[in-house]
Design a protein around this ligand. Structure first.
Ligand code: FAD
Length: 506
């Protein structure tokens, strides 16, 4: 990294974060707004974000890569992919797009200030060598994810963790050099991470106990796409295979979502039937595999070839459904009095939410408190000009939204140029005044722990589809491309847009 790369600079656009969102956004910007200058700022020494941070055994996607991959880059591997395969894919996108020359690795953004007089963001960064750099730009594209990559979430109420004499680690901080062969490993948690780590630890020769507070739904299936294999076998080219198989997965998600709400018991039985196909007809679902919520109310983790269930049946892994009373020198004592002894304890207890990277934001000298803002479609925020946040889907692949938001941002940038505008804000229309303002997510519809714990840090939502992040891909894939950039919710250079301006701008 040369001196020049560290010394900041002035650009049309700054993208923050070189995870799957930031790399996809850079690709869209180059493709759709080729004249724009940009830099992509990343804290780490390399790209990948989530897929670089997590190094626990077996780390893999829990959704298929035909939809977790980008619209523009065919996925050619098995649907559920290892972290390394995802990193390789992102590496190809970077190389093919020449994106690497725009990335400023090792820079952590520490503040972001908007000045309406200059129509520019000024971002301060600290380089890992301790030096400072200043970046300025007209538009800010925030792709910094939603959680703390350094400090994972460990429940504060856990008593006596320091008493445990073995090795205690959070999955996010797992050291890949750890030898688990012949060890007793206690995995605490029941989500996608726990369900990934359990079979992988068994494969490495550990005897595993999974301690869960409550059961989770899983979708067990072979890690193949028969449709993709068939299309390839008859000579269809990879871009077409990608497009068709991606659409097939999207359609299947839609049906699963719809049916989970309309006939949850039927879906539940179908999920149990899939588990039985790996675990055997007489597999006992009680008491560890009967969730209390309806399927799809939380993200449905895919288990390729039902791997966790095969290890449960083989006796390499067991499940305990209980809560923790306290940690002891030997392991964990459960509330019902059982001592779960272990050599290693792995906490799969999730994340610390970071809203906009916890970066202090200012607009014209006034600090932004995100809880005082209202989101425009989960992308922009009232009172914060020229900034978009990429926050993906939870129940469909995150990346589907990277493509949708990418089209929106590029369309907005082109529209601003056509209009000669330097500043855009989303602001309530007359009809929005007095509308009910509510927390970011509807807790009865979707309620992961890391969002519920820190809901007050998140922006608010209003009424109707435009003032919230509705997490509905099927609605947004039509609604966002159809946005009228001259709609009254947009204010350009301090003047509200209105009917008739679109023609004037073209
Ligand atoms: C183990 C795991 C598995 C998952 N599997 C799936 C899945 O299968 N399907 C799915 O849809 N979703 C999945 N998710 C959710 C997942 O986080 C997202 O899908 C996606 O990878 C997020 O990408 P991102 O680029 O938005 O954010 P991140 O991957 O979090 O990347 C953000 C990047 O921004 C950088 N950054 C942050 N703050 C700053 C700053 N101040 N200055 C400079 N750089 C900064 C970070 O270093 C990081 O590299 C999974 C999550 C985890 C943890």
């Amino acid at each position: 990294m040369g001196e020049q790369a560290r010394s900041g600079g002035d650009f049309d656009v700054l993208i923050i974060g070189a995870g799957i969102s930031g790399i996809g956004s850079a690709w869209h910007l180059q493709d759709q707004c080729p004249g724009k200058t940009y830099a992509l700022i990343e804290s780490k020494d390399t790209f990948g974000g989530t897929w670089e941070t997590h190094k626990y055994p077996g780390v893999r996607s829990d959704s298929d890569l035909y939809t977790f991959g980008y619209r523009f880059k065919p996925w050619v591997g098995a649907p559920i992919a290892s972290a390394q395969a995802i990193l390789d894919y992102m590496g190809e996108v970077i190389a093919e797009g020449g994106i690497d020359q725009h990335i400023r690795y090792g820079h952590t953004i520490t503040s972001a200030k908007w000045c309406s007089e200059a129509n520019r963001w000024t971002l301060e960064a600290v380089h890992k060598d301790g030096s400072n750099a200043t970046f300025t730009a007209n538009f800010l594209w925030m792709c910094q994810g939603y959680y703390d990559h350094q400090v994972p979430y460990i429940p504060k109420e856990w008593q006596g963790v320091a008493d445990f004499k073995g090795q205690f680690v959070h999955a996010q901080l797992w050291d890949p050099a750890t030898d688990v062969s012949g060890k007793r490993v206690l995995v605490i948690g029941s989500g996608a991470t726990a369900a990934t780590i359990v079979p992988a630890l068994c494969d490495e020769g550990a005897t595993v106990t999974m301690l869960q507070r409550s059961p989770t739904w899983f979708y067990c299936a072979p890690n193949v796409s028969e449709l993709a294999d068939r299309l390839r076998a008859i000579g269809i080219d990879e871009p077409t295979v990608h497009r068709v198989v991606r659409q097939d997965y999207i359609h299947n998600f839609y049906e699963l979502d719809r049916r989970s709400r309309e006939e949850p018991e039927v879906i539940a039985e179908e999920l149990r039937t899939l588990i039985r196909s790996y675990a055997g007809e007489d597999f006992a679902f009680e008491p560890h595999f009967t969730p209390r919520y309806r399927p799809w109310q939380q993200r449905l983790a895919q288990l390729p070839d039902g791997d966790m269930f095969k290890h449960v049946v083989a006796g390499n892994a067991s499940v305990v459904t209980d809560t923790i009373d306290r940690f002891t020198d030997a392991g964990v004592l459960t509330a019902s009095g059982e001592l779960l002894e272990a050599d290693i304890i792995v906490a799969c207890t999730g994340f610390h939410l970071k809203v906009l990277g916890d970066i202090p934001f200012e607009v014209d000298g006034k600090a932004i408190n995100w809880g005082d803002t209202v989101t425009y479609r989960g992308m922009m925020f009232t009172g914060v000009p020229n900034m978009v946040w990429v926050f993906g889907y939870f129940r469909a692949s995150w990346t589907l939204r990277v493509d949708i938001v990418g089209d929106f941002v590029c369309g907005l940038l082109r529209h601003m140029d056509a209009r000669g505008a330097k500043k855009v804000e989303a602001a309530f229309r007359d009809e929005d005044e007095g509308m009910e303002i509510a927390p970011w997510i509807e807790a009865d519809n979707f309620n992961p722990g890391y969002l519920m714990r820190d809901m007050d840090k998140l922006p608010k939502r209003g009424a109707g589809d435009i003032w919230r992040h509705n997490q509905n891909y099927w609605l947004e894939r039509n609604a966002i491309p159809a946005i009228d950039l001259e709609g009254q919710e947009f204010v350009y250079d301090g003047v509200r847009a209105g009917a008739g301006m679109a023609e004037a701008a073209e």
